[in-house]
Ligand binder design. Structure first.
Ligand SMILES: Cc1cc2nc3c(=O)[nH]c(=O)nc-3n(C[C@H](O)[C@H](O)[C@H](O)COP(=O)(O)OP(=O)(O)OC[C@H]3O[C@@H](n4cnc5c(N)ncnc54)[C@H](O)[C@@H]3O)c2cc1C
Length: 456
């Protein structure tokens, strides 16, 4: 078996792994990124068909401060594309119609999504006692602070959009770390918000939702091109073991297996894959990683003719709360957000099915999915003769679902890694599932790997 020595190996060429690798490279390390896929970017995938530019994975992200700084440092911020102002209007499908979700406090006061009593309950939040019963689900936390109506009527549907998940399962400390922290520090999330607004200035992200000029797939390739050593695609890290003060990394690829001795290793794969490669180092840590569940998603980008829907295609799109009893989780109006993503006279919709509500969806044949989608698009948008989507993108394990114990689980894992200098984890399960959070987890992992074994 061929052997080699490197400063650093990164398993996974998703956004987390790419960011980690570039950070290590900038610190002076020679880095090899390894990924079994045929292109870098992980779930970031953009395709073209007859004038449509569509995503199979993420469509937009909020550019938080670490992502902004990372991109600005490399001049990549110029590739960002802010969603059009229309994106401020977001809808929920409720009781057979589209209801605009509130975007401000005034909007909250006026919204029909919460009754007058529910609004009064939410406004009494500063007078509620602090919770003291240990980790809570989002539903428990929001119901306790803002009332059950806000939890089911507004927060639940939002989590459908971001996590394809369920507010009764997702953990508050992982999903809303800032809100949980505000309660801890100020006794109130509303008062804590005011204190934050007048408090010390923090590094800022960019306002609004973003994609990139050519979509997320080409963006990932742009980032990968910054690496001096191109990612080793079609290869996977199969095992990691201690090698004195270094790490012994086994790689498997169609052209033959290889072993590398590296001072630093970043595992930037999904949690279940990290469990497999780390089992030899720490079996208990592997079990903890394996316990992180993922929600499945079927993404169905679809082109439709302008004017073919009864409901106007305006704004960001809509989400379907559980109570709507649809197979559809929601639908984004991509050509409204980013003009140029559909040919003239057409709109690009991005429909999402599955999630924890309907996990079987990823296993259904196209024809069955189409029948369900057609029924739901006719009900929600009044779209008749629903066309075949441009693609059926099935993601059996799409989005990690941090449960109420997730924050403690991650803290425990990070504690175990203190005994593994130079080894770090990154990815969507570590500190937030969005593109921006995943990228930031890569930066933190690089920092950790460098702190464990400083580059001489
Ligand atoms: C369908 C879908 C829609 C989404 N929508 C949005 C959205 O609109 N906005 C948003 O902000 N976020 C969204 N997300 C979430 C976000 O895109 C992801 O959480 C984020 O991109 C994950 O990046 P990552 O690098 O952690 O993981 P990934 O992109 O999953 O990359 C991990 C990489 O590890 C590789 N790998 C696996 N095993 C090994 C191994 N043994 N050795 C080496 N490499 C290995 C994989 O091949 C993969 O390329 C969406 C996710 C999905 C799936």
């Amino acid at each position: 078996m061929a052997t080699a020595e490197m400063d650093a190996i990164v398993a996974g060429a998703g956004i987390a792994g790419l960011a980690a690798a570039i950070e290590l490279q900038d610190a002076g390390c020679d880095v090899l990124v390894v990924d079994p896929a045929d292109r870098p970017g992980g779930v970031l995938r953009t395709d073209h068909h007859k004038g449509y530019v569509y995503e199979s994975g993420p469509n937009t992200t909020i550019v938080k401060a670490p992502m902004r700084a990372f991109l600005e440092k490399r001049g990549l911020d110029k590739d960002l594309l802010r969603a059009s102002p229309a994106s401020k209007r977001r809808f929920l499908y409720r009781d057979g119609e589209m209801v605009e979700a509130p975007a401000s406090l005034l909007g909250l006061a006026r919204t029909p999504l919460v009754t007058f009593g529910g609004k009064m309950r939410a406004l009494s939040e500063p007078f509620r006692r602090k919770g003291k019963d240990g980790p809570e689900t989002v539903s428990e936390f929001v119901s306790r602070r803002l009332g059950p109506e806000v939890a089911t009527g507004m927060v639940g549907p939002f989590l459908t959009g971001v996590y394809a998940g369920d507010e009764h399962q997702l953990g508050a400390a992982s999903v809303f770390p800032e809100l949980v922290d505000r309660e801890r520090r100020y006794g109130s999330i509303l008062l804590g918000g005011l204190a934050g607004a007048f408090g010390r200035r923090k590094a800022k992200g960019l306002p609004g939702s973003h994609s990139t000029q050519k979509g997320f797939g080409p963006f990932a390739r742009r980032i990968a091109e910054l690496l001096y050593e191109p990612p080793a695609l079609g290869s996977r890290v199969s095992w990691i073991a201690r090698d004195g003060p270094r790490w012994h990394v086994d790689l498997t690829s169609p052209s033959g297996d290889m072993s590398i001795s590296a001072a630093r290793v970043i595992v930037a794969t999904p949690a279940f894959a990290a469990a497999d490669v780390l089992r030899g180092i720490d079996g208990e840590m592997a079990l903890a990683l394996e316990g992180i569940h993922y929600a499945p998603i079927v993404a169905a980008p679809m082109g439709v003719e302008v004017g073919s829907t009864r409901v106007p295609i305006e704004g960001f799109g809509f989400l379907a709360p559980r109570e709507a009893n649809l197979h559809l989780l929601g639908c984004l109006f991509m050509s409204q957000l980013f003009p140029g993503r559909a040919p003239a006279g057409h709109e690009l919709l991005h429909c999402m099915l599955g999630g924890v509500r309907w996990p079987e969806a990823v296993h259904l044949p196209d024809a069955d999915l189409h029948a369900h989608l057609a029924e739901d698009l006719e009900r929600t948008l009044g779209l008749r003769d629903v066309p075949e989507p441009l693609a059926w993108a099935r993601w059996p394990r799409a989005i990690p679902q941090p449960d109420r114990d997730h924050a403690d689980r991650i803290a425990w894992i990070q504690g175990r890694l203190d005994d593994c200098p130079g080894l770090a984890l990154a990815g969507a399960y570590v500190a937030g599932v969005s593109v921006a959070d995943s990228l930031a987890s890569g930066l933190s992992a690089a920092e950790r790997a460098l702190a464990g074994v400083p580059f001489a």
